[in-house]
Design a binder for this molecule. Structure first.
Ligand SMILES: NC(=O)c1ccc[n+]([C@@H]2O[C@H](COP(=O)([O-])OP(=O)(O)OC[C@H]3O[C@@H](n4cnc5c(N)ncnc54)[C@H](O)[C@@H]3O)[C@@H](O)[C@H]2O)c1
Ligand SMILES: [Zn+2]
Length: 354
C-alpha cells in the first residue's frame, strides 16, 4: 500500500512530524478561502512547521475546480521556488484535495503531497483513492490523473464548522460503504442521528468506512473492475443530481446518492432478491434525514437519459448499475433495461411518498 492513512484528532502533531521528516523544502499549503479562514488559524497556531509553509489560497466551491485555479496554483508554486523535493499539503474538502493533488501530480512531473480533508465527504471519499483532477469544458472531473497522496490525515476535528447539509452529504457515502460491507455496518450507521454523532465516535466510523474504499482501491486502483462497486447508488444518484441542477434547485451530491441508493436497493430486490426489510428500513431513514426529491413520471425520460449518459456505462444504450444480493454481496456491471428502471422509479415514489 503506497498511501499512508492516519486517523487522528491531533492533526497538528501528525503534520509537524510529516513536515519535519526528511528533506521536503520548501513546503506549501493549498487551502480554499473557507478553510484558510476556518481551519488554518488554529492548525498553524499549534504547528510551527505549518506556519512556516507558504500558503496558496484558491476560491472556494466546485465551480472553481478549474484550469484558472490550477494555473494560479502552478504559478504560485513556480514563483516561490517549489522544487521536486517540495511537499504540498492540501487542506480542504474534495475540491481542494482533487485540484491540489492534480497540481502536485503535474508540477515538475510530480511533487509529493499530503491530503488533510476537512469535510466529511472529503474524509470518507475524495481524499483517498488517488483520483485527482479538475472540471473542464463544462464536464465534471474531465481532466485528471490517478496518483495517491503520500499520506492522508483523517480527522473529525474539523467538522464543528461544517454545515449540517455537508455532514449529511458525506454520511450518504458512508452508508454506501456500509452496504458494500455488511448488515452490521449498515445498522451501525442508520441507527444514529447524524447531527448528534460526537467527534470520537465519528472518527471510529470514519476509520471503518475509509477502509472499505481503501480495500477496494488497492485491488483495482484504476477502475477496471471491482472499483465500480463504489458506484453503488450513483447511477440514479447522478441523474437526480443533474435533474435538480437543470431545474435550478441543485442538491448536495450526497443527498442525490442517498436517494440513488434507494433506487439501487429496489432494483437489487427486483433482480437479485435483495431483502425488502432492508429496503424499507433504508427508505424510511433517507426520508427522515434528507429532503424529498421532487419529480413526476413526466421526468422519467429525462432521468433515463441522464442515466444512459453516465460515464460509467460501457455503452450508452446499456445502463449499468452496481447492485446487491444482500449487504456486502456486490454485483457490479448489472445492465438494467428501461422498463425495470421505470418500475423502480414508480416504487421509489410510492415508498418516498412523492
Ligand atoms: N477524488 C475522488 O475520488 C472524489 C470522490 C468524491 C468527490 N470528489 C470531489 O470532491 C468535491 C466535493 O467535495 P466536498 O463536498 O468536500 O466539496 P468542497 O471541497 O467544495 O467543500 C464544500 C464546502 O465546504 C467548505 N468547507 C470545507 N471544509 C470546511 C470546514 N471544516 N468547515 C466549514 N466549511 C468547510 C468548502 O470551502 C466548500 O465551500 C467535488 O469536486 C467532487 O468531484 C472527488
Ligand atoms: Zn459520490
Amino acid at each position: 500500500m503506497s498511501q499512508q492513512l492516519i486517523f487522528t484528532n491531533d492533526v497538528a502533531l501528525q503534520l509537524d512530524y510529516l513536515i519535519t521528516q526528511g528533506d521536503k523544502k520548501p513546503t506549501f499549503v493549498i487551502a480554499d478561502t473557507n478553510t484558510a479562514a476556518l481551519v488554518l488559524p488554529s492548525l498553524t497556531s499549534e504547528c510551527k512547521s505549518l506556519s512556516d509553509a507558504r500558503l496558496i489560497t484558491i476560491n472556494a466551491g466546485d465551480t472553481n475546480k478549474t484550469l484558472d485555479s490550477l494555473a494560479q496554483v502552478w504559478k504560485e508554486l513556480s514563483d516561490n521556488g517549489a522544487t521536486r523535493s517540495s511537499l504540498i499539503i492540501n487542506i480542504g474538502g474534495g475540491m481542494v484535495t482533487d485540484l491540489g493533488a492534480f497540481a502536485a501530480s503535474t508540477f515538475k512531473r510530480g511533487v509529493r503531497f499530503i491530503n488533510v480533508p476537512t469535510t466529511l465527504l472529503g474524509a470518507v471519499d475524495a481524499s483517498v483513492g488517488g483520483k485527482t483532477g479538475i472540471n473542464f469544458n463544462g464536464l465534471k472531473n474531465e481532466i485528471g490523473v490517478f496518483r495517491e497522496a503520500e499520506s492522508v490525515i483523517i480527522s473529525s476535528c474539523f467538522f464543528g464548522t461544517l454545515p449540517l447539509d455537508e455532514l449529511k452529504s458525506g454520511y450518504a457515502e458512508m452508508l454506501k460503504h456500509g452496504f458494500l460491507t455488511s448488515a452490521t455496518e449498515v445498522n451501525s450507521l442508520i441507527e444514529r442521528n447524524i447531527a448528534e454523532i460526537g467527534s470520537e465516535l465519528m472518527l471510529q466510523l470514519l476509520e471503518r468506512s475509509v477502509k472499505v474504499k481503501q480495500d477496494i482501491v488497492e485491488i483495482d486502483p484504476t477502475e477496471k473492475g471491482l472499483r465500480r462497486a463504489l458506484n453503488l447508488g450513483h447511477t440514479a444518484g447522478h441523474a437526480f443530481e443533474s435533474n435538480a441542477m437543470a431545474s435550478g434547485q441543485p442538491i448536495p451530491h450526497g443527498f442525490a446518492v442517498a436517494h440513488g441508493l434507494i433506487i439501487a436497493l429496489i432494483l437489487s430486490h427486483m433482480r437479485l432478491g435483495f431483502e425488502t426489510s432492508w429496503l424499507y428500513k433504508t427508505a424510511h431513514w433517507v426520508e427522515t434525514n434528507y429532503p424529498k426529491l421532487h419529480f413526476t413520471c413526466d421526468d422519467y425520460p429525462t432521468l433515463l437519459d441522464y442515466m444512459a449518459h453516465d460515464k460509467k456505462n460501457k455503452r450508452p444504450d446499456q445502463i449499468s448499475f452496481t447492485l446487491l444480493s444482500a449487504p456486502g454481496e456486490i454485483h457490479c456491471g448489472q445492465i438494467v433495461g428501461h422498463n425495470d428502471i421505470t418500475a423502480a422509479l414508480d416504487i421509489y415514489r410510492d415508498l418516498m411518498h412523492i
